[in-house]
Design a protein around this ligand. Sequence first.
Ligand code: BG6
Length: 469
Amino acid sequence: MRFPKDFFFGAASAAYQVEGAWNEDGKGISNWDVFSKIPGKTFEGTNGDVAIDHYHRYKEDVKLMAEMGLDSYRFSISWARIIPDGDGEINEKGIEFYNNLIDECLKYGIVPFATLYHWDMPQALEEKGGWTNKKTINAFVKYAKTCFEAFGDRVKHWITFNETIVFCSSGYLTGTHPPGISNDIKKYFTATHNVFTAHAKTVMEYKKLRQYGEIGITHVFSPAFSVDEEEENKFAAYHANQYEIAWYYDPILKGSYPEYVVKQLEEKGWLPDWNEEELKVIKEAADQNGFIGLNYYQPQRVMKNKDLSRSVTRTRENCTGAPGNVSFDGVYRTVKMEDKVYTKWGWEIAPEAFLDGLRNLRDNYGDIKIYITENGLGDADPIIENEVMDVPRIKFIEAHLKAIKNAIREGINLKGYYAWSVIDLLSWLNGYKKQYGFIYVDHKNKLQRKKKLSFYWYKRVIEERGENI
Ligand code: BG6
């Protein structure tokens, strides 16, 4: 079986992780520009000031993508480049950069897939409360509308937010992302609700413009599975899926919040301050939402947490289900299992769980349109005689593409696959040591680009439309 003709073989990146040029051409300062410079916050103090200099080298990078045969490139737009203070004047130079990038993609027939928010927020808004401030909602809608008007003639695929669970939980529970607040559960839920409201209002705004493209959102997809058949552990998995899947997917796809979570938040005083108008727009937008983007790296293996002393010690890794963490409410914990395989960073490699998760998603939400907007292997790639021999990445992606093929065979409505990442880039907290790309960037040699083994492999997969997967 070949993948369907309209299936996108793509790859992805995010503005802060690739662009650099942090203070050039009128760009405003973002929360990450500030946060990454606080001592101890990132691996070896790495930051995105230069990143891999995609801002200046996008032509060379897009040319390489074309050579690889990519159908589509998923990138994100930096809000602070478009509206430096988040809510004021538009920066024409910022518009110009993305116009050029989009045109460069189209020159080679690469379909641009744009994310409006991949975590870098104008610092001026962060200082006023970021996603806990309701004014940020309208500022975001204004920014999104600016992008639709500037790029919507050529960009027909839009993602509002990337991984709400990560930037909200890291920002307000673990304090590992801006604004660096720990254990503020009320703020965490408030931020998520404000993001969903912003998503909903943006979807409605997009529809009003009648640009005839599609708009959706990207979520972490890290389904929880019980470690065994014990009732208490099966319940732990149910609880995890309610808080980490249903809380995020229900408002987007069903237009309402899961009762199980709402009831508990009410009891505990963690319910966001929402109003009727917000709940109404969330309801309306669910019918207009075009697709769901899934970022799948690993599942969660969970069991009941019995060690209450560890209840709130979380690391950033917990957001995507990595083992060894306790949920923010102390109900369950994620564990490493003897019979599973893990990456160097301790993330489980589990393509079967991916397929199982997709089946559950279909059972819960019906025939929704899905893009895999991220999936890939973070590794310290071996270099042998000057060649980047990233065989483990090839194996990883191949196994996940196989799962996707099977899902399509079963009738799951999967329309594209975006490997994370197109090129080696800055990991938010792990610097440059953890690599994901098809293209290597030599930090000791003026950021020179070099094709990895996986580059040639993915090129062939695309040429053959995945027939041999
Ligand atoms: C996803 C993000 O959570 O995971 C990406 O959307 C990120 O931006 C990727 O780079 C991998 O995370 P990490 O921590 O391994 O760099």
